[in-house]
Design a protein around this ligand. Structure first.
Ligand SMILES: [Zn+2]
Length: 258
């Protein structure tokens, strides 16, 4: 038992945690969308487990397939979110879930982030993987960290620890800062640089788009690179990643104008 406890205490980030069974397709190839949805659920589940160690309040995260007509109907009925987005996060203050505990069915309500992905379309993965921007595992972790970043922002702000979603641009920037910090924390500096490259493409193609934040992301990457390489200098859980990203967001927005 002791070894299990000490392993859990190390609180490794999902990327390097034991038990990641994502099977990466060959470089330059996207996995089928159904595979991506399953892998996304698994990686986000690990991010949630890491975050929940320190988050201070319960949270659940679900992944739904908007390629399914029933799910699309649910999304239209419960939110003003477009069901046509390829990947989106919608937060619900309380969602009732029934679960079986020790053979007994019980029903509880939990704050919930639902990540919607349309597995009937391949555009998203085509954009991230076939373009060569990322390999499959990186695209998976980038998209998971970005969407889970939105979820953590919502979850922390509903607990009174920040503002949320009033400023779409600030939210998109924070979600990318979470992804950037997550890559840096995992030691994938080349992947972190490619997050910048990707954002630079968005910024030059659609300058006013809320996802285009390349100058802020560049400043953040420089600050992350300047972090001392000693043990404990970088965060070791998703909550820690969120705190570093939120701190970068505060520091950068006071230095740079939009
Ligand atoms: Zn986003």
């Amino acid at each position: 038992m002791a070894s299990i406890v000490s392993r859990a205490k190390r609180a490794l980030l999902p990327w390097i945690a034991a038990g990641v069974t994502v099977l990466a397709p060959a470089t330059g190839h996207a996995a089928p969308s159904q595979t991506f949805l399953r892998d996304l659920g698994q990686v986000v589940g690990q991010m949630l487990a890491s975050y929940s160690r320190e988050a201070g309040a319960p949270l659940q995260v679900l992944t739904f397939d908007t390629g399914d007509a029933t799910v699309r109907g649910f999304l239209r009925a419960t939110s003003n979110h477009s069901a046509d987005e390829l990947l989106a996060m919608q937060a619900y203050d309380q969602m009732k879930v029934a679960r079986a505990v020790g053979g007994v069915s019980e029903s509880i309500e939990l704050p919930t982030c639902v990540i919607f992905y349309d597995s009937s379309r391949s555009d998203l993965l085509d954009g991230y993987v076939r373009s060569g921007a990322f390999d499959y595992v990186e695209a998976l972790h980038y998209l998971a960290a970005h969407e889970f970043g939105h979820c953590m922002e919502w979850h922390q702000s509903r607990r009174g620890a920040g503002s949320t979603f009033r400023d779409v641009r600030a939210s998109e920037r924070l979600a990318d800062l979470v992804a950037l910090t997550y890559f840096a924390t995992n030691g994938n500096w080349s992947g972190a640089t490619r997050i910048l490259d990707l954002n630079a493409k968005v910024s030059s193609a659609k300058p006013g788009d809320p996802h285009s934040n390349v100058s802020e992301l560049r400043a953040a990457l420089e600050q992350l690179q300047a972090t001392p390489k000693r043990r404990g200098a970088m965060p070791s859980t998703m909550f820690g990643v969120y705190q570093v990203a939120a701190d970068l967001q505060r520091r950068i927005s006071s230095n740079l104008k939009d």
